[in-house]
Design a protein around this ligand. Structure first.
Ligand code: ADP
Ligand code: MG
Length: 421
């Protein structure tokens, strides 16, 4: 065969009898917010009486049953994807919701997935080592929207749900080949319009308006980007036939995804938040949103993974230098790279930002020790952000996975300074 990945995907859909010709399917792509948005889309569809399943970086769900994704792949190989949807149909599922990474699209893992609703969150220059240029990265994501025109009719109007606050939405709309386009936005005018009425450390109060109706949602997720994620989910829900009221009900009881702005509370008088942010853009967003919510010092702990996007390393430290009072550079999946080299590359950004090692920032290779030191230094009203590991259950050093749980490391450190869960 000319392309074995295409052949494998075609064999897989044939073998499992094209499950997504019967199962309705929503898929979410974009640089950030995919996992959270998949969860929220599933919540909204369930509030509309659908039986859903999903596959994300963090976990899988098949109707009532949820389990951890231990594969470290956000999107599985074509065979697993098709098998997953075949099983979801057997379990009585009516809608699948899929996290569609650009890697997966480029590697044809989603060939044979017949998508009804395709959602775009945003685009920023991550993964450029793999995709080359931003344009190619955008084209890869656009593939998901071209898939709309090729999928079977399941009685749901094929819809591209696009973030009109990201200027690339028009390019994706053009690629959606006749599918309906439903935009959502906070700043730009959009079909599904969000207005942030209030926000604090526990979440935002949001008005969502669409087609002349509106609802007010107490969204229990922290940060403006979660408002975008919620709007994307509301729009996807509307595209799938849910009502605005059903979207409101689902979003009002949404839970943080594990490792996404997840609070670790052992009764300490300062905040500890575990978040998966590992791109300069997401770190900037998270620190930028925590800054005004923090009365004391803002302390950040992070690293940068080995064998991945090296260009972002100094940028991470420059961003921390801009927002944080203290930051701790540490290990994050060095893989076969030398951890000291990675740390030096990040540190270059701190140095160029004029920061002094020892007072403005620390370098502690051992991640548990870095977390413990940040927590030892925290005072009442401070916020400690532990960024980059999120839900992951290991650190990859060389070719071995060493067990690691950031929230557990934080709880251990809190216990060591006298706070018990
Ligand atoms: N819509 C968004 N825009 C920008 N950053 C986001 C958005 N949603 C979440 N984030 C940030 O990115 C991190 C990853 O979120 P996640 O939902 O897991 O996205 P993905 O699956 O695309 O990696 C979060 O912890 C948060 O810091
Ligand atoms: Mg993800």
């Amino acid at each position: 065969v000319a392309d074995s990945r295409i052949a494998l995907a075609d064999l897989a859909s044939e073998f499992f009898d094209h499950p997504t010709r019967r199962l309705k399917l929503a898929a979410v792509t974009g640089t950030d917010g995919k996992t959270t948005t998949v969860h929220l889309v599933s919540d909204v569809l369930e509030a509309a009486g659908e039986r859903t399943g999903f596959a994300t970086t963090v976990d899988f769900k098949q109707v009532g049953h949820v389990w951890e994704n231990e594969t470290r792949q956000s999107t599985q190989e074509a065979v697993e994807v098709q098998e997953f949807f075949a099983e979801l149909l057997v379990a009585g599922g009516t809608w699948g919701v899929l996290e569609a990474t650009s890697h997966a699209l480029a590697l044809r893992k989603l060939r044979g997935c017949e998508v009804d609703v395709a959602v775009f969150t945003n685009l920023s220059p991550e993964h450029l080592d793999f995709h080359g240029t931003l344009q190619r990265y955008l084209e890869t994501k656009a593939e998901l929207f071209s898939m709309l025109a090729r999928s079977a009719d399941k009685g749901v109007p094929k819809t591209a749900v696009l973030n009109a606050d990201d200027p690339r939405w028009r390019y994706l709309a053009d690629r959606a080949g006749g599918a309906r386009v439903l935009t959502y936005a906070i700043d730009a005018h959009a079909d599904v319009q969000g207005t942030i009425l209030a926000s604090d450390a526990s979440g935002s109060r949001v008005r969502i308006a669409s087609a002349g109706a509106s609802v007010e949602v107490p969204l229990p997720l922290v940060g403006r980007f979660n408002v975008h994620n919620a709007l994307a989910a509301a729009a996807a829900g509307l595209a799938a036939g849910a009502t605005l009221a059903q979207a409101r009900d689902a979003l009002a009881r949404a839970k943080a995804v594990r490792g996404r702005m997840e609070r670790v509370d052992c009764g300490q008088p300062f905040s500890v938040i575990v978040d998966y942010a590992h791109t300069p853009e997401s770190l900037d967003k998270v620190l930028g949103l925590l800054r005004p919510l923090t009365r004391g010092k803002l302390i950040a702990v992070f690293g940068s993974a080995g064998e991945r996007d090296r260009a972002k390393r100094p940028a991470l430290a420059e961003i921390a230098a801009r927002h944080a009072d203290l930051f701790v550079l540490t290990q994050e999946d060095p893989r076969l790279e030398d951890p000291a080299t990675i740390l030096a590359e990040i540190e270059a950004g701190a140095v160029s930002a004029g920061k002094k090692r020892g007072s403005d920032y620390l370098v502690i290779d051992d991640r548990r020790e870095a977390v413990a030191e940040a927590i030892r230094r925290a005072q009442p009203d401070d916020t400690v952000l532990l960024a980059g590991k999120g839900h992951e259950s290991s650190i990859i050093v060389g070719e071995t996975k060493r067990p690691y749980d950031e929230a557990a490391a934080a709880r251990d450190a809190l216990r060591a300074v006298g706070f018990a869960p």
